[in-house]
Ligand binder design. Structure first.
Ligand SMILES: Cc1cc2nc3c(=O)[nH]c(=O)nc-3n(C[C@H](O)[C@H](O)[C@H](O)COP(=O)(O)O)c2cc1C
Length: 376
């Protein structure tokens, strides 16, 4: 707990005890399961539109789309088809009226003048529901294929670039004319109108030392990785303490795949079925992108590979709605995190069930919910 004031006028009070619950939109084919036995999510706009409407009807707080430019292959051709993040969220802003709409932009792909305008446009379309997930880009092949990989700029250097990028954008959102001479970006009497109606919500999944420092310095929230509540708690406290040193309050989120069953055993059987259909080639494609084959395999990496063989690309919880409610409550209680971004094997059954059976109990157990923003 901290008594620091909130830094953003986004209706996200510094610490209400309430949780922000949203959906990681399935805009990449295959969703987040590397299995030939998983439901065949096509990543299409029509499917995503139904999911967005279901998320809003369920009472969830936000929907977010990642940005991805290269898939992992295999028989399932995992993530080889992906929609553009900003365009999709702009369309979904029209399809919804209450849920917050967060889009992802890569700092190495978009000029800050373009990105500032994209999010200001999303703010106008959504009537103040816009958010930006900033990513620096990690996997060379994804960007080198377009000739867009900044050679000679290492991992931490890409966060230096991101400081300049977001600094330029915040100024373009609020100032008449911006002149800025940076290492990576030059702005000369630059203008950007319209201004967003409120400071758009910003989030980043900077989990490395430099990434977390950047996120704590500049963003409203951080996505932490991992599903172990104790480890998540350590990461969450470290992130909040880093932000507190800058007199800032930062919300901490993580991801979770929810696999429902009529019994816990049935949910486990579904997970076993997914595991039996592991697409080895797609798994290797993912590990290759992560750089696993470029370096020696250590113990930590082996543990990661073993986890990935479950076919789940994100932490997961299995069981009846009651079991899922208990596990998620425990996760929040132990970790002290402020929210979750949810993934489902089949969103069109999972999202409504979550809304009916799990969400009301979580709201009850963790009151102090964030007030809703304006209707679009
Ligand atoms: C919830 C979440 C969403 C992410 N979305 C994207 C994305 O859309 N595109 C992308 O290239 N990387 C994405 N990433 C990767 C992060 O931006 C980041 O590179 C990664 O967490 C490693 O942290 P680091 O950059 O501090 O090393 C995401 C990570 C998480 C946990």
């Amino acid at each position: 707990m901290t008594d620091l004031p909130p830094t953003v006028p986004f209706g996200l009070p510094s610490d209400t005890g309430g949780k922000d619950l949203g959906v990681f939109m399935p805009m990449a084919n295959g969703g987040w399961i590397l299995s030939k036995n998983a439901p065949k999510l096509d990543g299409s706009y029509d499917y995503n539109r139904k999911v967005a409407i279901a998320a809003e009807a369920a009472g969830l707080d936000f929907i977010m789309a990642m940005a991805k430019y290269k898939g992992y292959g295999g028989e399932i051709r995992q993530w080889e088809s992906t929609l553009d993040s900003v365009l999709m969220m702009a369309a979904l802003a029209e399809a919804t009226s209450r849920v917050k709409v967060w889009a992802t932009i890569h700092t190495i792909l978009q000029n800050p003048g373009v990105a500032a305008k994209m999010i200001a446009t999303l703010d106008q379309i959504s009537h103040g529901r816009a958010g930006l997930n900033l990513v620096t880009g990690s996997y060379k092949g994804e960007f080198a294929q377009f000739g867009a990989w900044p050679e000679g700029v290492d991992h931490d250097g890409r966060y230096d670039l991101a400081y300049e990028w977001i600094g330029a954008i915040k100024r373009l959102w609020s100032e008449d004319k911006v002149t800025m001479h940076g290492t990576y970006f030059q702005l000369e009497d630059a203008t950007s109108w319209p201004k967003p109606s409120r400071q758009p919500f910003t989030v980043c999944a900077g989990t490395s030392g430099k990434g977390m420092q950047f996120t704590a310095d500049e963003m409203d929230a951080i996505f932490l990785s991992g599903g172990d509540p104790v480890q998540l708690g350590h990461a969450s406290r470290a992130a909040k303490e880093t932000a507190a040193k800058q007199q800032r309050y930062m919300r901490t989120y993580s991801m979770m795949t929810v696999v429902f069953g009529e019994t816990d055993a049935q949910a486990q059987a579904t997970a076993d079925h997914f595991r039996a259909g592991l697409d080895e080639e797609a798994l290797n494609g993912m590990l290759r992108a992560y750089g696993f084959f470029d370096r020696e395999q250590g113990g930590k990496e082996n543990a990661f590979v073993e986890k990935a063989r479950s076919t789940f690309m994100a932490p997961y919880v299995l069981g009846t709605p009651e079991t899922v409610t208990d596990r998620l409550s425990e996760l929040f209680e132990v970790s002290g995190t402020d929210g979750l971004m949810l993934i489902f094997p089949d969103y069109l059954t999972g999202v409504p069930l979550f809304g009916q059976e799990v969400l009301p109990k979580l709201r009850e157990r963790f009151p102090g919910r964030v007030p809703e923003v304006a209707h679009g």
